[in-house]
Design a protein around this ligand. Structure first.
Ligand SMILES: [Zn+2]
Length: 305
């Protein structure tokens, strides 16, 4: 309502003021109204950029909002603006939008195409690396932190790339997967993360065992072999002494079994259980029918008396 009595310039100033107070939704309304009322070409361009920037803040995972903002920065005649306390250079912002959109595209690729996704994440990491140590303005504005820089984001994306490739390749090549997880771990350490998850996976993928049942060697615990609780007498413990790759855990609490042996046994055991379950159900239904018949017979007798 108040819009009607305010000039475009006043509305524009209100927008700037609301940004300072972090009331972005209201600010956006004022900028729209300012453009509608009419302001100078420069203010109109800036208002458009403010609106597009606020839209990015509202949908950080949406490629389109970054593309729209980048388009506005590219055609804008002003060099820089102030968003609250943050100085923003138009060229740098346009580049940040471009690489952010590429990052979203890479991170939203399906995990099954793990090599393609890994390469896309690495390409994105390279773009952030060229962005360098300057803070990412969109993070600064909407997360209030100057910690996010191009260099740091590059390390995060490198770690993610090796994690994706490691988790994917482990089914075909657990040794390679372990190497990838080692790389991911190194990148995580560089950004100050513990990297614990990567380290654990790296160790599991690198672990070797011999299947107690078929004797085949296997690498990659939890993927290609697993430990099953078992009683291993001293005689059997002694028999494993010469094995370089062990068929049992160090404490002899479990045997190692390869996944083909494991799934064959579980599948067969499921079939046996199902057979007994069906048998039991059939017998119970027959018993229920007999009991119902008996109860009805008793009722009939009771009525006659
Ligand atoms: Zn086996």
């Amino acid at each position: 309502m108040g819009f009607l009595f305010k000039s475009g310039d006043e509305l524009y100033d209100l927008g700037i003021d609301l940004i300072g107070r972090k009331d972005y939704d209201e600010a956006r309304e004022k900028f729209f109204a300012a453009i509608e009322k009419g302001v100078s070409k420069e203010k109109s361009e800036l208002a458009g950029i403010y609106i597009a920037l606020i839209n990015v803040g509202k949908a950080r995972g949406d490629v389109n909002v970054y593309d729209q903002l980048r388009g506005k920065c590219a055609t804008c005649s002003v060099q820089s603006l102030k968003f609250g306390l943050t100085d923003v250079d138009m060229g740098a912002l346009a580049e940040e939008c471009r690489i952010s959109a590429n990052e979203i595209r890479a991170t939203s690729m399906p995990e099954q195409d793990y090599m393609a996704k890994g390469k896309a994440l690495q390409a994105s990491a390279a773009e952030y690396a060229s962005f360098g140590d300057q803070p990412l303005k969109i993070s600064e504005i909407f997360s209030g932190s100057t910690k996010a820089t191009g260099s740091r984001e590059a390390l995060i994306l490198q770690a993610m790339a090796f994690e994706v490739m490691g988790r994917g390749v482990v089914y075909a090549d657990p040794k390679k997967a372990s190497e990838y997880l080692q790389m991911a771990y190194n990148f995580r350490r560089q950004i100050g993360d513990s990297g614990e998850e990567d380290l654990n996976l790296m160790k599991k993928y690198a672990k070797s065992a011999k299947c107690w049942i078929c004797g085949r060697p296997a690498n990659g615990e939890g993927i290609h072999f697993m430990a099953l609780r078992s009683n291993i007498s001293q005689a059997f413990r002694t028999s494993t002494e010469k094995d370089i790759v062990k068929p049992a855990s160090d404490d002899f609490g479990s045997i190692y079994i390869c996944i083909p042996c494991y799934t064959a046994i579980s599948n067969r055991s499921d079939e046996i259980s199902r057979k007994y379950y069906n048998q039991a159900m059939t017998e119970m239904q027959a018993m229920e029918a007999r009991l119902t018949a008996q109860i009805n017979a008793v009722r009939v007798t009771a009525t006659i008396r």
